[in-house]
Each structure stands twice: as C-alpha cells, then as structure tokens.
Design a protein around this ligand. Structure first.
Ligand code: F1P
Length: 351
C-alpha cells in the first residue's frame, strides 16, 4: 500500500533530478539540434499542448519572442485541432513545438499532424516518453524519461519540459550563454524546495483560505496559470489566475477575507505589481508574494518567499513552480484528499 500523496510529494521534491535529466538529454542532442536549426530560419514559432503543457508554452513563447523579435505564440492543441485556420496562417517557415508528458494526448498529436499536413511544416516534440506517438511526429524530439511520473497532476515532468523548451530556444538561436546558465537551475531549485516547504505548509494549513488567486504578468502569467491548475487538480479548491494588472478589471470584486492572492512578482514590472497587491490588501485580501529579490519593505505582505536565484529574469521562471506545487500538495493533504489521484482527471486524455 502507498501513502496518500506519496508520489506527488516525491516527484515535487526530486524534480531537480528530472531537470538534470532534461539538461542531459539536450546535451546529448546538442549537435543534432544545432544542425537542425542551422539551415532553417523560422519566421514564426507556435507552441502547443494541453493543460500544464499549454501553461509552460505561454511562458516560453513570451521569452523566445522577447529575445528574438520573431513572432512566437502558444495555442492549446484543441484550438488548432478544431479551428486550424484561426491559429495557423500557412506561413511556410513556421515551426511547431508540441509539448506533452505522455506524448499520447489526442489533441496534441492531431494538432501536429494538421500542422505538418496543411503547411508542410516541421515539428519538434518535447515529451517524457520516447516511444510515444508524438515522438514519431517530431522531426526532432527531446525526451526526458526522468520526468515520468506516477501522479496524474504534472510537477517534475512539466518543470523539466519547460527547461527543455528553454534549452531549445537557446540552441535554436545560438544563445550559448543562456544555455550554459540553465545548468545552474537544479542546484538552485534544490535549495528553493527545502526553503519553501515550511512556508507552503503553513499557508496551506490556514483553513481561512478557500479562494486562491494566482497573479503573474509577462512570462510569469503561464506560471500563475499552472499554479491555478495544480490547486484545482490536487486540492479541489477554487483558484483562478490572471495577468496581474487584469485583476483590477473586475476580478477584484471577488476579494474577501477567505481570499489569498499569490503575487508572482517580476523584476521588470515589480512596482506596478506590488501597487496592485497593496490595493488588494486594503480590500481585505491576504497576500503571498514570490519574488526573486525585492528591495521594497515587505512587512505589509502576509507571506513572502524570496528566491534569490542570482539568475536573469528570463532564465528563472521555472524556480517559481516548486513552491506553488507544494502549496497545492499541502492544501490537498490538509483537506484529506489524495493529490496523487485527482478527482475526475485522467493521466492522458484520448478522444
Ligand atoms: C496533459 C494532461 C493535462 C491534465 C493532467 C494530465 O497530458 O492531460 O491536460 O491537466 O495534468 O495531463 P500530456 O499531453 O502532457 O501527457
């Protein structure tokens, strides 16, 4: 017999190993990747996937576009499958990057087939299963078997695939310095996991909180969405995510004393983000802030976690994930649920 939550907990804590697995996989395929991108100039990159994969796609697409000026978008695979002409413009030099832990999600595999057939385009796969249908569709595939999981909710798999996508961007564009810096993530991640465990548990044990809003802007919006999904899947708890400043445009009407707002604070927009959080505090919300570093005075924030990664803003978004996963895990445990087996959610969605 296994203990409730055992797999999820183990997968969250051990994820730096999964990150190393992905970095190793990329290193093994480095020459092939450099070769693949050498003769190809893509004028558009589309990331696709479902659920968690779509969330990290949002993060990597903003980073890729920021660094290159090439149009990079993220679309849920179902959108491409159901309404291809809405999302694919038939640009011959488009690259599709499909992300899927299982490599078997029907929407994702079918979206890749549509893309390849309609536009004669090429796809790259990022997955945790080498023998999967998605791997077969990819002109090239990054396969991290160390990201395979027992739990349904994705934790180590998805964070490692984000690092895979970051590595892909770096090699596709010759950003070798960025590529080398990704290698610092596992050891920093290990430290952040042990630093954030107690805080995540303390927040989860506060039974006053039954409504969670995850706010992040720019590259951190995808991370906020992923945190929202973890809270739903593992803890069956009301959670929503918004681009931070969107919260003023209506959602703030939901704030009450049972509300915890988790602000994922960036460096670039921190002044505006903190101003919004302060305003929500005055409306009665409790606040948790996760930031890499902050010079501001923090005594008005109820819970704060400072990551101190020492890494650039667009290398480190993955480091926000483990504390947020731990929060959902502990909330699930406190509620007497089993985070390993979310209600009504399947490991793979096959249509
Ligand atoms: C994606 C997925 C998620 C779902 C859950 C299980 O699978 O179905 O959409 O939220 O986390 O996984 P995959 O395509 O990444 O294997």
């Amino acid at each position: 017999m296994f203990d409730r939550g055992e797999f999820t907990f183990r997968e969250i804590l051990s994820q730096p190993e999964a990150w190393k697995g992905m970095l190793q996989e990329v290193d093994n395929k480095k020459d092939a990747l450099l070769d693949f991108f050498k003769d190809r100039q893509f004028s558009e990159v589309i990331f696709t996937g479902c659920g968690s994969a779509h969330h990290i796609s949002q993060t990597i697409s903003s980073i890729w576009q920021n660094y290159t000026g090439v149009r990079v978008v993220a679309q849920p695979a179902s959108q491409i499958l159901l309404f291809p002409r809405f999302y694919l413009i038939g640009e011959k030099r488009s690259l599709l990057v499909a992300i899927s832990r299982s490599g078997e999600t029907t929407e994702t595999v079918e979206a890749v087939k549509i893309f390849k057939k309609t536009y004669n385009g090429e796809a790259v796969a990022i997955t945790c299963y080498g023998e999967s249908s998605l791997t077969k569709e990819g002109a090239i595939a990054l396969i991290n078997e160390k990201g395979q999981e027992e739990s349904i909710a994705q934790t180590s798999s998805i964070s490692s695939m984000l690092i895979g996508a970051q590595s892909l961007m770096a090699l596709a564009n010759g950003f070798m310095d960025y590529y080398e810096r990704l290698k610092f993530l596992p050891s920093i991640g290990e430290r952040i996991i042990s630093q954030s465990k107690d805080l995540a548990r303390e927040v989860a044990e506060n039974k006053d909180f039954n409504r969670f809003f995850f706010l992040g802007s720019g590259h951190l919006y995808g991370i906020a969405c992923e945190a929202m999904l973890k809270m739903k899947e593992m803890a069956l708890t009301n959670s929503e995510s918004f681009p931070t400043l969107e919260f003023r445009h209506g959602p703030k009407s939901m704030v009450d004393e049972s509300t915890l707002i988790i602000g994922l604070v960036s460096s670039q927009a921190r002044v505006q983000e903190l101003a919004l959080l302060k305003e929500m505090k005055s409306l009665g919300a409790k606040l948790m802030v996760i930031a890499d570093n902050l010079e501001e005075e923090l005594s008005w924030i109820d819970y704060s976690l400072i990551l101190n990664s020492g890494l650039q803003e667009l290398i480190r978004p993955v480091l926000y994930l483990p504390p947020l996963q731990l929060l959902a895990y502990y909330k699930s445990m406190v509620k007497g649920l089993n985070p390993d087996r979310p209600k009504n959610v399947d490991m793979v969605v096959k249509l």
